[in-house]
Design a protein around this ligand. Structure first.
Ligand code: COA
Length: 195
């Protein structure tokens, strides 16, 4: 769901930058703007995921990303080998980051994650200047409508236990069903939102 007046490539860069600004300690943001912008392009172009953005006066103020199948997410990036190669240059020499990528892959195909719906809210972010104004609720509702439109009536949310966003999700009526470790020593809550 994209604002047609803004160039698509610019939207992917804007989303990558807002993600990095909003979740500074997250692993995905540490992969850099180029990697994230390519990932969001793939998400937007695929028929199993969605990128919903909200702009005000040409400034990105919030976005949400959801997928119908979390396990297919990164495969689509191989359709753009040159862009992927360029995005990976700063990462390939960083062993810690490579290990974390492998951990994410293992988590995605792991038996614990496989017990639950493949549909997932991957990230929601609102620009700090626009918080507490109901923007995230609006994005969340739009994502829920996307899932309903493809007859998906529950989705997973995995969020680090230390993040304040847990309170946001609890207010939306999610059910805490599990605790999961995508990376060692970092506990995340696994919620299910029923629609
Ligand atoms: C979580 C986040 C998306 C909420 O955005 P927002 O636009 O401020 O949320 P809303 O204004 O729509 O708030 C909806 C409700 O959640 C509550 N809420 C929102 N952020 C909250 C927070 N940090 N702590 C406690 N409650 C919060 C609001 O009080 C509001 O409650 P109400 O409906 O009773 O009034 C935003 O704080 C953010 O971008 N955080 C950083 C990124 C992040 O951690 N994302 C989640 C991980 S994927």
């Amino acid at each position: 769901m994209i604002n047609k007046e803004i160039n698509r490539s610019q939207i992917y860069v804007d989303v990558a930058k807002l993600h990095i600004d909003c979740i500074k300690k997250g692993f995905l943001p540490s992969l850099g703007v180029k990697f994230l912008a390519l990932l969001y392009r793939c998400i937007d172009e695929s028929n199993f995921s969605t990128l919903i953005v909200k702009y005000k006066d040409c400034q990105l103020i919030g976005f949400v990303i959801g997928t119908l199948d979390h396990s297919k997410l990164y495969k689509k990036m191989f359709f753009y080998p040159l862009d992927l190669f360029i995005a990976l240059i700063p990462i390939v020499f960083n062993l810690k980051k490579i290990i974390k990528i492998i951990e994410i892959r293992k988590h995605m195909s792991g038996s614990k994650r496989s017990k639950y719906s493949k549909a997932e809210l991957l990230t929601i972010c609102v620009h700090p200047d626009y918080r507490q104004q109901g923007i995230a609720v609006d994005l969340y509702e739009k994502l829920s409508n996307y899932f309903r439109s493809v007859f998906v009536y529950e989705f997973v949310i995995i969020v680090g236990q230390s993040l304040k966003a847990n309170l946001f999700y609890k207010k939306r009526g999610v059910e805490l069903v599990d605790e999961i470790q995508v990376h060692p020593n970092i506990n995340s809550n696994l919620y299910i939102q029923k629609l």
